[in-house]
Design a protein around this ligand. Structure first.
Ligand code: FAD
Length: 323
């Protein structure tokens, strides 16, 4: 049995969990049942979407001490479920919480963990390919432990429904928690307007802007393009360091990690630290004057030219098509 941690976003099954369920079914399942574990919350609203994913069982850990997220406590719950249901593998999406939880779970099970997995080869021992160094390198790793613990990289696969939809059975379980499990829990969540990166991290289209923009007041066309595409603006660290745009728009190792359907990188060289934040984008288009810039050589498509000519032309065309 393959066990997947169900992460929710805005009260719904997170898109990244749908990717992970598809990954579990297609890469690990081999017809084996895929079960999910929900810590806290209400399972009822998720059953139909989980049924479309072919999930056989939703294990529900309801305990008021778990109402607030805590890495150790939630991992204690997941570990207990993984053991009691004899999971062969435990998976979560490679989100900040998924990564934190799987690291805790692997420690508690005393097994290895592979982060940011993109493919699995069901040999003995299990072999996985995973992204390392910000996704610039793929590493093959053997997981010799009976219970494989891993996180699935963003966009490792496209979420798709199972050929045989199911009606998941809800199995409520109690877990034992110790005082140390409960030491660290979220006390308060405060959303601040200015530092809110959720628009960027959730956007399906991100228009990226780098030093190539040239000046603080050179973003107008890029902002219009962002608007026309219904996306969000993401920038390089140079741009935030120069004070041209606020830090919460920064993409990269020290900014946000994004995984949009489309990343349109304009005037960005594609340094490894920037690539670390954008390499999960499904399609990358670079607009750059330098045909040898790393962003251009790694992109799916590239336009070699001055962004101050290319972007207004794109905007004109998009506006024309909307008329
Ligand atoms: P540049 O490297 O200067 O590239 C500008 C690009 O614009 C060039 O490719 C050029 O050909 C092109 N260009 C110029 N004019 C035009 C034009 N008119 N039209 C089209 N193209 C044009 N960087 C990040 O982005 N995010 C991070 O999180 C991050 N974290 C870091 C952490 C550490 C510890 C360190 C050391 C660095 C970090 N950096 C990060 C910085 C990173 O190394 C690069 O310096 C930075 O990404 C470069 O930004 P850039 O591509 O905008 O600028």
């Amino acid at each position: 049995m393959i066990l997947v941690w169900l992460e929710t976003e805005g009260g719904e099954v997170a898109e990244t969990t749908l990717e992970t369920l598809t990954f579990a079914r297609e890469q690990l399942g081999n017809g084996e049942p895929v079960e999910v574990v929900l810590v806290g919350g209400d399972p009822a609203p998720h059953l139909s979407v989980l049924g479309e994913q072919g999930v056989t069982t939703l294990v529900h850990v309801a305990d008021e001490r778990l109402d607030r997220y805590g890495g150790a406590a939630w991992a204690a719950a997941l570990t207990s479920v993984a053991r009691s249901r004899d999971a062969r593998a435990v998976l979560a999406a490679g989100t900040p919480r998924g990564s934190e939880l799987m690291a805790h779970v692997a420690c508690r099970l005393d097994v290895g963990m592979a982060a940011n997995v993109v493919a699995v080869d069901e040999r003995e021992p299990l072999r996985v390919s995973r992204q390392v160094m910000g996704g610039s390198v793929l590493e093959e790793m053997a997981l010799a432990d009976r219970m494989a613990v891993l996180t699935v990289a963003g966009h490792a696969c496209e979420p798709s429904g199972a050929t045989q939809p199911t009606e998941p059975e809800v199995v409520p379980v109690d877990v034992e928690l110790t005082d140390p499990d409960l030491i660290g829990q979220v006390a308060r969540i405060e959303e601040t307007e200015s530092e809110d990166t959720s628009a960027l991290t959730r956007a399906k289209v991100v228009v990226g802007a780098g030093r190539g923009v040239g000046r603080a007041d050179g973003f107008e066309d890029l902002l219009e393009l962002t608007n026309l595409l219904g996306g969000a603006l993401g920038v390089s660290r140079v741009v935030t360091n120069l004070g041209w745009r606020p830090h919460h728009e920064q993409v990269g190792q020290t900014g946000s990690r994004i995984s949009p359907d489309l990343y349109l990188a304009c005037g960005i060289s594609g340094a490894i630290q920037h690539w670390a934040g954008c390499q999960s984008a499904k399609t990358i288009i670079a607009i750059n004057t330098d045909p040898d810039a790393p962003m251009v050589t790694r992109a799916d498509y590239a336009v070699i030219g001055d962004l101050h000519e290319v972007v207004p032309a794109l905007n004109d065309e998009l506006r024309r098509r909307r008329r």
